[in-house]
Each structure stands twice: as C-alpha cells, then as structure tokens.
Ligand binder design. Structure first.
Ligand code: AMP
Length: 374
C-alpha cells in the first residue's frame, strides 16, 4: 500500500555513492532526514546524511538498524543483495519492492522483461558455460558482444567478438556468472530515458538524453537528444511500457540504441537515478532526484519540462585538477563534485552542467577548455 512520507521523517538509503548523495540533498531541501547504509565511513552520501550505518550492504544487523531508523527505504544502486532487500521489505516500508532489483540485476531476466513489455532488444542467446556458448553462438553470428549476466558495468564483464577466432577471449567471463551473447547493434546514437512512477501509477519521463561514451564510460549527455521527434516519442513510449510492465515505483533509467532509420533497440535498464539524468538538476523544473524522492514518499509527481538545452559532462579522477583550476573561467558551468577524496583515474568524481541557447558553441567551449583532452 502506498504511504505518504512527510518532511521530518527519515528516508533510508542503501548505498553511499553520488546518486545517494544527490537524492539526499534533494530530500533535505524538503526537510526529510537521511539515514545511509554504506561500508565506508566517509562516503559521498554519508557526508550529507543525518545517520550513518557503516556496514556491508548485506549485513543483517545493519539492515535491521536501517529499518528501525527509517520511515521509508530506497537504494542508489542495483547490485544490492536481493535476499537482504527482500527481508527488508518484510520489516520496513520499501515501496519499490525487491522484484525490480531481482529482474534488473540479471541481464537474462531483464531482457525477458523488456521483451514481455513489447519492446525491441538485440537478438541474443543465453549460455551457462563456455561450451554452450561455443554451441549456440552461430545463432547470433559476428560481430557480437558477450556479457556476464550479473555484475557488469561501464563495459566491465563484456567482450566484443569480431569473429569465431576470438571466442576464447570470453572464457574468463564465465568465472563470474552465466552470460548472454547479443548481436552487435550498428547504432547511430545512444540515448536514455529516465522514467519515474509513484505508487498511484502517475508516470513521467524526463526529456530524452543523448549519451556519448568514452572508453565505455559515460562522458557527456546532450539534452534534448539530437534525434527526430518520432524517435523521441518511440523512446518515451518504450520506457513507459517497461515502467508499466514492472509496476515501477521510483526511477528506471532505460538505455537505448538509435539506428540509422530512427528505430530503437533497448540495451539495458537501471532501477535508480542515472548518470545521464544529472542534467535535470539545473536543466528541468524537476530533477530526477527530487522526482525520485517524491515517488518513494507517495507525493504527486511533477510533469518534467526542460528549461533550456543542456549538456552534462562527467568529471573523472584525471579531470579534477584541471576542472577546479578552470572554475574562474566558466561562470556558466554548474559544478558538482561528490566529495570523494581519492581522485583515481576513471573514477566518477563529479560533473558539470551547461545550459545553453547555442549547443554547438557550448560543445566547442568544452573542447577548448582542454579539461577532457586526456
Ligand atoms: P552496457 O554495459 O550493456 O551498457 O554496454 C556498454 C556499452 O557497450 C554501451 O553503451 C554500448 O556503447 C556498447 N554496447 C553494448 N551492447 C551493445 C550491442 N549489442 N551492440 C553495440 N554496442 C553495444
């Protein structure tokens, strides 16, 4: 049953990363208190939380403690322990439920769900062992991509295969989990739609973002995506169908490929606010984080509206020094740093958002800054 959670009550967040931090900041604006469960003491979310429970995500006593101090519980990442989350649903109010995580943390169940929702995916096969892959890969052909069913992110747990000669490169993947092999999609663009829904079924999508990856890591999101209107409509329609099929409560980020002819293929989903939605903090009349908090707190949702074209650029460990040195030069850049102390290479440390009337000038400015040239 959907409950309304009021300011002054406590929202528990599983996971202490930047997504949790931005959720917490949004919730605090409305007067909620925040409790966070996270194994490290000094985490991005822990820094802005009222209560920190420092323990592993599947620590039973810690989950009980979180249940005790929280009026509602949400999470900021999907690779949480499903059984732990399921138990939590029995002792606390977890409006998103545990099913959403069970389905989306495994590429096999996720793809089945997307197909069930009536949306297109790349042709794929499931292989539990390397031997099975050898047997059935010809159904997909080459080039193809083999992905672990569980636990991959930012291109980890994946292997592109150009021909059968390369098959043995995937042996290692089977040490982690079952795998899927899917046909390589010759996409023209990658886009994402963030769809959010409350327990009353109210559903809205944020404007479609165009995502540019560098070394498998999201580099830039451009909004609105530079796609035809009918493709944007197809993308939103697909995201709504998937949200409906899942009876979503909270947030689902749906990543898609756009083909040359303007049709779409769904790649994967994440049941949480997403890096490609960060632009909404400044770019929209409602951010993905505020909308997420409203959804899990049983508040009515707001119809999203884009104030101006926006570009979000990720700031990785190798970019931090040059970004901070450049702050005086770019008053129009909204700077977000997540409070992480160690600036490791390729670690997401923050992002910037630029709102602009002139997309190409802003893209040029980003290039001229040389911050992202390494
Ligand atoms: P994923 O972890 O599934 O999001 O994949 C990471 C990136 O690999 C995607 O953003 C794409 O750039 C690329 N990729 C994944 N699957 C495919 C595919 N079937 N065809 C072409 N590129 C893909």
């Amino acid at each position: 049953m959907t409950k309304m959670i009021y300011p002054g009550q406590t929202i528990g967040i599983i996971g202490g990363g930047q997504l949790g931090r931005m959720m917490a900041v949004a919730a605090r604006e409305a007067g909620f208190k925040i409790a966070v469960l996270e194994p490290t003491m000094d985490s991005p979310c822990g820094q802005v939380a009222d209560i920190r429970i420092v323990a592993a995500y599947d620590d039973e006593a810690a989950l009980e403690e979180l249940a005790e101090v929280s009026d509602v519980i949400t999470y900021e990442f999907e690779n949480i322990d499903y059984d732990g989350l399921k138990r939590l649903t029995q002792m606390a109010y977890v409006p998103q439920g545990a099913e959403l995580v069970r389905i989306t943390q495994n590429r096999i169940t996720e793809k089945q769900m997307i197909v069930e929702a009536g949306c297109p995916v790349a042709p794929y096969i499931v292989a539990s062992t390397y031997g099975q892959l050898e047997e059935s890969i010809r159904k997909i052909g080459f080039p193809c991509i083999v992905k672990t069913a569980r636990g991959g992110y930012d291109g980890k747990g994946q292997q592109l295969l150009k021909s059968a000669d390369e098959l043995s490169l995937t042996k290692e993947l089977f040490e982690h989990s079952q795998c899927i092999a899917e046909g390589f999609v010759p996409f023209a663009k990658e886009i994402s739609v963030i769809v959010q829904r409350n327990g009353y079924g109210e559903t809205y999508c944020l404007p479609v973002g165009e995502n540019i990856h560098v070394n498998h890591i999201l580099h830039e999101t451009i909004v609105p995506a530079r796609i035809e209107e009918k493709t944007a409509a197809l993308a939103e329609e697909a995201a709504m169908k998937i949200a409906d099929c899942l009876q979503l409560v909270g947030t689902l980020a749906v990543e898609m490929f756009v083909l040359e002819d303007g049709s779409i293929v769904i790649n994967e989903c994440a049941p949480r606010p997403h890096n490609s939605g960060h632009y909404s903090i400044e770019g929209c009349n409602i951010s993905q984080f505020t909308q997420h908090i409203r959804a899990v707190c049983g508040w009515p949702l707001r119809k999203p509206k884009l104030w101006a074209s926006s570009i979000m650029v990720n700031v990785l460990g190798q970019h931090v020094v040059s970004l901070t040195n450049s702050i005086p030069k770019y008053p129009d850049w909204s700077v977000h740093l997540y409070g992480k102390t160690e600036a490791k290479v390729n670690r997401k440390m923050g992002h910037i958002t630029i709102m602009t009337d002139d997309l190409s000038a802003a893209l040029q400015q980003i290039e001229d800054s040389c911050i992202w040239s390494e």
